[in-house]
Design a protein around this ligand. Structure first.
Ligand code: X5A
Ligand code: ZN
Length: 693
């Protein structure tokens, strides 16, 4: 199960033929530098190369009108003057005699990618295409886009592959208004016109499609530079309160950025507190990414400050949805240094390499929190995972929206020049070396080592850090040996000889206590301990920050909590899938990002009640921290869970979730109260802008 890479030099063969400051950044080199970076880093060799094809008329008509298609069809035969004139009717776009051909290849590339993923030829993939797509509308080119590659791909996935729910994540820094218009109405009937145009379909197929149409929906998520409507395309409907219409209400999620300079923490905060809760509740069968990299640092359009390695995390956070079926399609990205870096980070993550540690996370900024609060408030009536979100800020940020003065138009050209001159410097993303052993295991003799894992062997000698204990006459030799082997394993993780680890032991409490009590800080400086299920006495926990302990169970340990001991209580414990996933997304992930552990210890206590698919989700998400160094401890009598655990530790995506129940009212409120109390200590848990600067 590999990663598809779709690229064809042909898509570099059109360019701007006249002077237009608004369009001059959309150059063929965008594609060549991205592809060359993949070749140079050896990433392209590790992908399955798939050729593009031209999208057919019928496929283009899935998102466009016949009149528009017929008009674009004529562009290859136009003179320069005709092309210029044709271009004039649209906004911020240019035509070229070869662009129609390239636009068909771009849309066709997205379809080839969907085919490869849906047929199981590959697990996921990326298409490097020009022209981009997300601004183009049913009857109009716009923002460098001719055909809406991703919108067409979403419709195609439903029709050709019977996909019920498609999630479109648009992390480009512009609002993909074309995608929004395509899907914002009624999610059940929005492609009915395609029935007319797909002439090859017989009646039986049509019946089948009607059946599918009734049950599918598309959820569109976009964040975008907005600045209270002062930024292009300056649309009222890009704001957070455009949530979708009619039966589509709740299926359009807009996150406006009202300031430039947003950083990694702002992006991650929106993922943890808006996108992921909605996405997990939506339960997609396929994830499409409008993968624009103009949201990265150095981009003259976005002017944001998120570093290219953030795309490793954004990608990773989506890779356990839809059973891992993810198709990324290039949109924008205009800084020829940060674009290829961001593309490489994305591809490397799709291939399953360990993630870079999210360096230098700060508190999300006030403006980002304002947007976050507004989006959550606007969507809480549609999603049970957001039901307990706070109201929007008392001063509605939309009232700050400033009326656009037409004379400002003329300034754009100058502003772009100025910005391009002050592009910041940033370090190259760190290397992401794969350990020689991806996952090591310590198993009792009667448990077979699962495929892909390597049995861990350590010297029989006691670990030096434990030798003193032996001299002090420790009574339980067996426990000491277990801990010794655990330490040896942890050591090998921290030198990156081993990625993750799986350990089955007879007495999990004793092992956990032995390993964590006096855990030497020269071995590991920050351990995130995630405990799934009950655990009696935890009085060996420290409050010095060397360890962050998060426990999810049905026990109420409110009184014992401190900054580094965070008990999360659910009425039905971990068997409540909705509560469990809510706790993981809204509490554990942001905590883990802020804490930035060097090792993750995941403990599953006997009878925790967590189901295998939730457990796999949790492991998959935790692998995004500590460069993938997660050590799982389970009790010997939980052998049946070894297979699923091993699979998740090897980086295989969790199976698609069954539809989740809605979140229990009381649990939802309790989780929200907990988050609110913790947010003074943990800034990534903030979801409102009140009281922040
Ligand atoms: C795909 C994309 C940007 C258009 C900007 C026009 N388009 N000012 O990033
Ligand atoms: Zn863009």
């Amino acid at each position: 199960m590999g990663t598809a890479l779709i690229y064809d030099e042909e898509m570099t063969k059109y360019k701007l033929l006249w002077v237009d400051p608004a369009c001059k950044i959309e150059v063929p080199e965008r594609l060549t530098v991205s592809y060359e970076a993949l070749v140079r880093s050896g990433l392209s060799d590790r992908c399955v190369s798939i050729p593009p094809r031209e999208a057919t008329d019928a496929e283009i008509l899935l998102a466009h009108s016949e009149e528009y298609l017929e008009a674009v069809k004529k562009t290859p035969y136009m003179t320069l003057e005709d092309l210029k004139e044709f271009t004039l009717q649209y906004g911020d776009v240019y035509f070229h005699p070869n662009i129609y051909h390239c636009a068909k290849l771009a849309a066709g590339s997205a379809l080839q990618l969907v085919d490869s993923v849906m047929t199981g030829k590959v697990r996921n993939g990326i298409a490097l295409v020009r022209p981009p797509g997300h601004h183009s509308m049913r009857s109009a080119a716009n923002g460098f886009c001719v055909f809406n590659n991703v919108a067409i791909a979403a419709q195609y996935a439903k029709q050709k592959h019977g996909v019920k729910r498609v999630l479109i994540v648009d992390w480009d820094i512009h609002h993909g208004q074309g995608v929004q218009y395509c899907f914002e109405d009624d999610p059940r009937f929005n492609s009915s016109y395609s029935l007319r145009t797909c002439s090859r379909l017989n009646r039986l197929n049509i019946l089948l499609i009607i059946f599918i149409l009734v049950f599918y929906s598309v959820l569109y998520y976009s964040w975008h530079r907005y600045e209270h409507q002062k930024f292009w395309p300056n649309l009222r409907e890009s704001d957070y309160d455009s949530v979708g219409k009619g039966n589509g209400a709740g299926f359009n999620v807009n996150v406006p950025w009202n300031k430039v300079g947003m950083e990694n923490s702002d992006y991650l905060s929106i993922f943890c507190h808006v996108l992921l809760p909605v996405a997990y509740e939506f339960c997609p069968d396929l994830v499409l990414v409008c993968a624009g990299f103009d949201s990265a640092i150095g981009d003259p359009e976005g002017e944001m400050c998120a570093t290219p390695d953030i795309f490793a995390h954004l990608t990773h956070l989506l890779m356990n949805l839809a059973g891992g079926k993810l198709c990324a399609v290039l949109e924008g990205g205009y800084n020829l240094t940060s674009l290829p870096q961001s593309v490489c980070q994305t591809v490397q993550t799709l291939l399953g390499d360990p993630l870079p540690q999210p360096a230098g996370l700060r508190s999300p900024c006030k403006s980002a929190l304002e947007s976050l609060q507004c989006v959550r408030s606007a969507h809480r009536r549609y999603w049970s995972f957001l039901k307990h979100a706070a109201n929007q800020p008392s001063t509605d940020i939309s009232t700050k929206r400033i009326k656009l003065a037409n004379e400002e138009e003329g300034k754009t050209e100058m502003a772009v020049e100025e910005r391009a001159a002050e592009i910041k410097e940033w370090p190259e993303p760190p290397e992401r070396p794969s350990p020689p052993v991806r996952c090591a295991s310590l198993l009792p003799e009667d448990v077979a080592c699962p495929d892909g894992l390597k049995l861990f062997s350590s010297s029989k000698d006691l670990h030096p850090l434990l030798a003193s204990k032996l001299q002090n006459g420790a009574d339980d030799q067996d426990a000491l040996i277990t801990v010794s082997r655990l330490y040896a394993m942890i050591e090998k993780m921290l030198t990156n000889e081993i990625g993750s680890g799986l350990v089955l032991i007879s007495d999990i409490s004793a092992a956990m206590m032995g390993a964590l009590q006096d855990l030497p800080s020269d071995l590991v400086d920050r351990v995130l301990v995630v405990c799934v299920g009950k655990e009696k006495d935890l009085n060996y926990l420290t409050t010095d920050g060397k360890m962050l302990f998060v426990q999810i169970s049905d026990e109420d340990k409110e009184k014992e909590k401190n900054k580094y001991f965070i008990p999360v209580s659910l009425k039905k414990g971990c068997s409540d899938t909705a509560g469990f996933i809510q706790a993981v997304l809204g509490l554990l992930l942001p905590l883990a990002y802020e804490y930035d552990p060097t090792l993750v210890l995941l403990v599953r206590t006997p009878g925790s009640g967590v189901d295998d698919s939730m457990w796999q989700q949790l492991i998959g998400l935790l692998l995004g921290f500590a460069k993938g160094h997660t050590l799982v401890l389970m009790q010997t009598n939980e052998k049946v869970h070894v297979g699923p655990t091993a699979s998740a530790l090897l980086g295989r995506p969790a199976p698609p979730l069954l539809e989740l129940q809605t979140l229990d009212q009381e649990d939802g409120e309790a989780l929200e109260r907990l988050r609110e109390r913790l947010q003074t200590d943990w800034k990534m848990l903030q979801t409102t802008s009140e009281g922040t600067e």
